[in-house]
Design a protein around this ligand. Structure first.
Ligand code: ATP
Ligand code: MN
Length: 269
């Protein structure tokens, strides 16, 4: 199986495409045959019309911006995000601790790499559904094909993704108040973490300012492929780490945070 360079067209050039968009409309993506076939099928079956630049290229996955041409020609393209899990060997060792002890995946947790990445993709798909059902803001999962996840794009109509929490900026208005603008976000996040535990019965297990997006005073939880059931043998250990990472970040932002212990008790009871 050879990696091949392919060009995926960004859809038809409509009159309302800006120059900037047409510049981005065709991108060269390096991916394996299997992934390429999945993407072509998604285009053929009209889930997407084109795939554009990478939003993020990481260790475990790449995330791309895609668009779907709307029925109404005058409407702007519908934005989508596609997360493609990497099937290369290097990323696997780190992941074992999350899957081991997960009853949902025990029977299938041994096997080849593709099988494993498929499991993570499926887990992310299912976990996102659970978050949505509980009303926790996150991307709506739309379609899962093997290790390729199509989801709602969290960003603007032009295809710019919302910033990560760590890159959030605030309007002049909210900065003029005497309150630290990070404080209400901290409170908001504690509520989401509790809901995640109490309603979804999940611990995120990689929660930090990198896996939360921010827009218009609202936080969106992303990257839930490694999240574990609350009865996973290491769930509470992962929860303590999540609490510490979140606390460390908001302390750096000058928020007068609660003690980790207090937050832990708030979340689990
Ligand atoms: P890696 O760990 O290999 O870096 P990852 O598993 O962290 O990949 P994610 O955190 O899910 O992947 O996504 C990486 C980045 O892509 C996010 O930080 C965010 O900026 C962007 N992103 C992910 N999903 C969406 C989405 N639905 N809409 C907009 N942007 C997204
Ligand atoms: Mn991430």
């Amino acid at each position: 199986r050879h990696a091949a360079k392919i060009k995926l067209d960004g859809g038809k050039e409509g009159k309302n495409r800006t120059k900037d968009k047409s510049d981005r409309a065709t991108s060269e993506l390096v991916m394996d045959d299997r992934t390429r076939v999945i993407l072509y099928k998604m285009i053929q079956q009209n889930h997407i019309s084109g795939i554009h630049g990478a939003i993020s290229t990481g260790k475990e996955a790449n995330v791309y911006n895609a668009t779907l041409e709307p029925e109404d020609d005058d409407a702007p393209p519908i934005q989508r995000a596609i997360k493609i899990y990497k099937t290369s060997i290097l990323v696997f060792k780190d992941r074992e601790k999350y899957v081991t002890g997960e009853h949902r995946f025990n029977s299938a947790s041994k096997g080849n790499n593709l099988r494993k990445v498929k499991q993570w993709a499926e887990k992310e798909f299912r976990n996102l559904k659970r978050l949505r059902a509980a009303g926790i803001p996150c991307p709506e999962p739309l379609l899962l094909k093997s290790h390729v996840l199509l989801m709602e794009f969290l960003g603007d109509k032009r295809g710019y993704a919302y910033p990560k929490l760590r890159e959030a900026t605030f309007s002049q208005e909210s900065q003029e108040g005497s309150e630290n603008p990070w404080r209400p976000l901290y409170i908001q996040l504690l509520g989401l973490m509790r809901k995640l535990y109490q309603v979804c019965k999940l611990v995120h297990a990689d929660l930090s300012e990198y896996n939360i997006l921010y827009h218009d005073n609202k936080l969106y939880i992303i990257d839930v492929s490694q999240s574990v059931e609350h009865d996973h043998p290491r769930a509470l250990e992962f929860l303590r780490i999540d609490i510490k990472n979140v606390g460390d970040f908001f302390r750096r932002m000058g928020v007068d945070t609660l003690q980790d212990r207090t937050i832990f008790d708030f979340i689990i009871s």
